[in-house]
Design a protein around this ligand. Structure first.
Ligand code: NAD
Length: 284
């Protein structure tokens, strides 16, 4: 029978560990602080912030939200980032993307201090992920996938692993993180000629394409581990992943649901990164 890999269970275990750690800092009079920067009021960003603030606060992290007007100039936006970089009370900075059109991500990404860049925006952290240097911050979503595999004791080393999607937010860094853990990695994308054939060879199949239920039973190897990163809404407005859960769970060995899978772990990974940043900055 297919085993469900519960993101909620992974997040709960991680939360308990992190909250205990923060409690120890608090006893010494110190609290990790995250600042989330949001320009404008996109509902998807606002929803993400609400979840992230709740999760971080539950763990004991202080959260500040720097809400800036949609029409803020790039110069003014960069001044805010510089101020937060220099603020010793702020340990982690998360900049919500997409940014308003007058602000260039290619400019901003160089400004966020790498040691406070808890979601891997600065190219220094990106290059650390690409080169396998574990010293920086990986992006939270790919790290959430790794946390799930580790929590359930799923061996990565040597496994034929297929990642569908090559974005800089999910697919590409995740492929490099799996490679660092000695998986044999194939990255598939929109130009992949035989997606079903590639996917079917996977012992670990990870879908991060953003296409509702595109991974069907015929694309999955018997007993494969299937991790669904996708967050989509079907024609009835129902949230679903990139994997056709009902049919694929007839054949997969282990599978993450949507909702309740990868997405449940992402904000806890964010909290983990804030705590790591705090410890590094405190010399702990
Ligand atoms: P994106 O659109 O930037 O990238 C999608 C990638 O998938 C591209 O590289 C594209 O080549 C590939 N792709 C798209 N359609 C394909 C197809 N039919 N066949 C093969 N490859 C295909 O998206 P993203 O930002 O990487 O996000 C991917 C999905 O993950 C989305 O559903 C997004 O909502 C979700 N997401 C989830 C979390 C989370 O916390 N769970 C976080 C970020 C993104």
């Amino acid at each position: 029978m297919t085993k469900i890999l519960s993101g909620k269970e992974v997040a709960a275990a991680l939360k308990e560990k992190l909250a205990a750690e923060v409690e120890q800092f608090k006893q010494k009079g110190k609290t990790p602080v995250l600042c989330i920067v949001m320009a404008g009021d996109r509902p998807d960003s606002a929803a993400y912030i609400k979840g992230a603030v709740k999760r971080c606060t539950d763990i004991g992290i202080d959260c500040l939200v720097e809400k800036l007007p949609e029409e803020i100039s790039q110069d003014e936006f960069l001044k805010v980032i510089e101020r937060l970089n220099g603020d010793t009370n702020v340990n982690g900075i998360l900049i919500m993307r997409p940014l308003p059109e007058q602000i260039s991500e290619d400019v901003v990404k160089y400004k966020i201090a790498p040691e406070k860049d808890v979601d891997c925006f600065n190219p220094i952290n990106v290059s650390k992920v690409m080169s396998g240097d574990g010293d920086g911050f990986a992006p939270c979503t790919p790290q959430a996938v790794i946390e799930i595999l580790d929590h359930y004791g799923i061996e990565i080393s040597g496994k034929r692993t297929v990642v569908i999607g090559r974005s800089m937010v999910v697919g590409r860094p995740l492929a490099m993180m799996l490679l660092k853990r000695n998986a044999t990695v194939t990255i598939c994308h929109t130009r992949t000629k035989d997606l079903a054939g590639e996917a079917k060879r996977a012992e670990i199949l990870i879908a991060a394409a953003g296409k509702a239920r595109m991974v069907t039973k015929d694309m999955v190897n018997d007993g494969a581990v299937v991790i669904d990163v996708g967050i989509n809404f079907d024609e009835n407005g129902k949230m679903c992943g990139d994997v056709d859960f009902d049919s694929v769970s007839e054949i997969a060995g282990q599978i993450t649901p949507v909702p309740g899978g990868v997405g449940s772990v992402t904000s806890t990974v964010l909290a983990k990164h804030v705590i790591e940043a705090f410890k590094h900055q405190q010399g702990l």
